[in-house]
Design a protein around this ligand. Structure first.
Ligand code: FMN
Length: 332
């Protein structure tokens, strides 16, 4: 099946088109951003399970950019060694691995939070301080330093978290950007981040971005809005990962494949390598969307939490050598 065929992006060959979606595990033990044994076992298990591409969960570039105090971080050099251990083991089992670097802005549940705006996310969240130019510069620099550390840890790619109403999205979206300064155009913030990241992350590696292809709001982003922004960065960004929602705490009606139409439009309009997904429980849905040109790769989130070895149910010839005696067993 095409889902299990390799795909090459720049110099990186993914052995199949299954990406483990970034998922916060809220499992840092000392509120210090340092990866733990849990993270090692969790990610390496999916590599042994045959996943071609693993995306590490949202990893904060600054302490007040964490979604929660239990998030991973890349704001200090001490974060590199435990992440490198994960990266090396994931590579050993044949998968590629990226890290999603992020700043949660007004959605952070830490303290001293900042944003493009001084309007809180909801009445349960703190009121953010509206960033001035100096504060913006500090965050842009932090993205660059996180990128340097990601490279030192050996990651194959960086995913900028531009989705789900976090800080990049807060600048990009008209729902959360009513500024009057030069950052009224939120793409400037994104451009500065991309340029800073590329000072420290080698051009041969992959830079990708996760976007909310649709924000479910009249003022919010549409797939066409994102496509036109991405078209201005096509010489810098290699892959787009399409999700949706998150700019406001409004519930979204989801169903299997509900975000795939946004991925399709973004792929058609940009020609970028596109990863789509959302509520994909049946891998045949991902297979169909790859075959019909909606996307190039599929992300699986919750399915991989429940079934880290689902790939072997698609083809038990892929079982690692230690597990070959399971071949031929009917598993469902
Ligand atoms: C426990 C959990 C944590 C998540 N954390 C992140 C995250 O860190 N970054 C992100 O972009 N999306 C995050 N998401 C969203 C997933 O990456 C994915 O887009 C979403 O779960 C839909 O895909 P699925 O239906 O295959 O799970 C998270 C989802 C779950 C269930």
């Amino acid at each position: 099946m095409k889902l299990l065929e390799p795909i090459k992006v720049k110099d990186t060959e993914f052995k199949n088109r299954v990406m483990m979606s970034p998922m916060c595990m809220y499992s840092v033990e000392k509120q210090d951003g340092v990866a733990t044994d849990f993270h090692y076992v969790h990610y390496v298990t999916r590599a042994i399970g045959g996943v071609g591409y693993i995306m590490l969960e949202s990893t904060a570039v600054l302490p007040n950019g964490r979604i929660s105090y239990e998030d991973l971080g890349l704001w200090d050099d001490k974060h590199v060694a435990p992440l490198k251990k994960i990266v090396d083991a994931v590579h050993k089992y044949g998968a590629k691995i990226g890290v999603q670097i992020s700043h949660a802005g007004r959605k952070s549940r830490t303290d001293n939070i900042v944003s493009s705006t001084d309007v809180p996310f909801s009445d349960k969240n703190l009121t953010p301080k509206m960033l001035d130019e100096e504060g913006i510069k500090e965050i842009v620099k932090a993205f660059g330093q996180a990128a340097r550390r990601a490279n030192e840890a050996g990651f194959d790619s960086i995913e900028l978290h531009g989705a789900h109403g976090y800080l990049i999205a807060q600048f990009i979206s008209d729902v959360t950007n009513q500024r009057t300064d030069k950052y009224k155009d939120g793409t400037l913030f994104l451009k500065e981040i991309i340029d800073e990241v590329l000072l420290y992350f080698p051009k041969e590696k992959i830079l990708q971005i996760r976007v909310s292809g649709y924000e479910y709001h009249d003022l919010g982003m549409t797939p066409y809005d994102w496509a036109s922004i991405l078209n201005t960065f096509k010489d810098k960004i290699d892959i787009v990962n399409v999700s949706s929602g998150g700019i406001l705490p409004t519930p979204v009606k989801d169903y299997p494949g509900y975000q795939l139409p946004y991925a399709k439009i973004i792929k058609e309009e940009t020609g970028l390598v596109t990863i789509g997904g959302g509520q994909i429980d049946d891998p045949l849905l991902a297979e169909a969307a790859i075959l019909d040109g909606t996307m190039d790769m599929a992300y699986f989130g919750r399915k991989l939490l429940k079934e880290p070895y689902f790939i072997f149910q698609l083809d038990d010839q892929l079982l690692p050598k230690q597990y070959t005696r399971a071949r031929g067993l009917i598993s469902k």
